[in-house]
Design a protein around this ligand. Structure first.
Ligand code: UTP
Length: 294
C-alpha cells in the first residue's frame, strides 16, 4: 500500500452562499478566530502527516498563494520591533519550500472537475482531498478528521470517505452513502448518491469533506458527464470507481463546521474560540453575559 503524501484543496468555488463577503475575498480566506479557514484545513492535513499541499485555485484567489509564502517586509518589521513571538508563529506556519503547488481550474465546473485539475501534480499515487470550507475539531479519539481517514486507509486500503449524520429531512442537499458492512467507526460503503430527491436517500450519512482516493479516479473524472446542478460531481466519479474498487466510510467522532454558509461560519468562530485555551475563559464570560441578556 502506497503512503498518502499529498492533499488536494479545491478552492476555486465562487462562495455565493456567503456573499457579499466573498465578492473580492476568497471564502477560504475568511477568518475563523485568528486565521483563514484554509489555514485550519492545512493544519489538519499537516497533523495527519501530509507532506505536499496542492491548491486548485481560480481567478481572484491570489491571496491564497501569498498566504503560504514569506512576507519579507512584515517579517522584517516584526523582528526589528522585537515581536519575536508573532514572527516565530508565522515561521512555524509556513510550509516547507517546495511543499505547495498551485494550479487553476479556470472555470468553476464542479468539485469533480476541480479535483481532476490536480491530476498531473498528484500523479500515480493515492491522495487526500480536503474541502477546506469544512473545518474540524477533534472528538474523543483526539485527532481531526483527515487523520482518522488515513487510519482507516491503513486498515482497509481502497478509497475512504468521511461521513456524518444529519436529520433525514436534510439529506437532499448533500452526497449520501449507504452502509453495506459495518465495523463501528468505519464501514464498507454499499452505494452513494449526490443530492438525492427528498425521501429517496439511502441513509442519513452525508459525505462531509474529507476523502482518500486512488489515482484511477482521474481517468474517470476526465470522461464523466455533468451531474446534479450541471456540475461535474466528485460523487458521480466515486460511484463509477466503486464498480471496480472498494470504498469505506469513516464516522468522524469530532465536530465539523461548514464555514461555507453564513450560520455555519458564525458557529465555527464560536466553536473554535471555545477550544482555544488562550481565548476560551474571556470568550465564555462574554457569551454568558450575552445569553443572559437574550
Ligand atoms: P462548495 O459548493 O461548498 O463551494 O464546494 P462553492 O461553489 O464556492 O459554494 P457556493 O454554493 O457558491 O456558496 C466545496 C469546495 O469545492 C470547491 C469550493 O471552493 C469549496 O472549497 N470548488 C467547488 C471548486 O474548487 N471548484 C468548483 O467548481 C466547485
Amino acid at each position: 500500500m502506497k503512503r498518502v503524501r499529498k492533499a488536494v484543496f479545491p478552492v476555486a468555488g465562487l462562495g455565493t452562499r456567503v456573499l457579499p463577503a466573498t465578492k473580492t475575498i476568497p471564502k477560504e480566506m475568511l477568518t475563523v478566530v485568528d486565521r483563514p479557514v484554509l489555514q485550519h484545513a492545512v493544519e489538519e492535513a499537516r497533523e495527519a502527516g501530509i507532506e505536499h499541499f496542492v491548491f486548485v485555485t481560480g481567478r481572484g484567489k491570489q491571496t491564497i498563494e501569498d498566504h503560504f509564502d514569506m512576507s519579507y517586509e512584515l517579517e522584517d518589521t516584526l523582528q526589528k520591533r522585537g515581536k519575536l513571538k508573532e514572527y516565530e508563529a508565522l515561521m512555524a506556519d509556513l510550509p516547507a519550500a517546495g511543499a505547495t503547488s498551485f494550479t487553476r481550474q479556470q472555470a468553476p465546473l464542479g468539485l469533480g472537475h476541480a479535483v481532476w485539475c490536480a491530476r498531473d501534480i498528484v500523479g500515480d499515487e493515492p491522495f487526500a482531498v480536503i474541502l477546506p470550507d469544512m473545518i474540524t475539531l477533534p472528538g474523543a479519539r483526539k485527532t481531526r478528521c483527515l487523520a482518522q481517514c488515513l487510519d482507516a486507509y491503513a486498515k482497509h486500503g481502497g478509497n475512504i470517505i468521511a461521513v456524518e449524520e444529519v436529520p433525514h429531512e436534510d439529506t437532499h442537499i448533500y452526497g449520501v452513502v449507504s452502509v453495506s458492512q459495518d465495523f463501528g467507526a468505519t464501514f464498507q460503503i454499499g452505494g452513494m448518491v449526490e443530492k438525492p430527491a427528498k425521501g429517496t436517500a439511502p441513509s442519513n450519512l452525508i459525505i462531509s469533506g474529507r476523502y482518500v482516493l486512488e489515482p484511477q479516479i482521474f481517468d474517470i473524472l476526465e470522461k464523466i458527464e455533468k451531474g446534479a446542478g450541471g456540475e461535474i460531481q466528485l460523487t458521480d466519479g466515486m460511484k463509477k470507481l466503486s464498480e471496480t474498487q472498494e470504498f469505506f466510510g469513516v464516522r468522524f467522532d469530532g465536530r465539523t463546521c461548514d464555514t461555507g454558509s453564513k450560520l455555519g461560519f458564525l458557529m465555527a468562530n464560536v466553536h473554535f474560540a471555545l477550544e482555544r485555551a488562550d481565548m476560551a475563559p474571556a470568550f465564555k464570560a462574554e457569551l454568558k453575559k450575552l445569553l443572559g441578556s437574550l
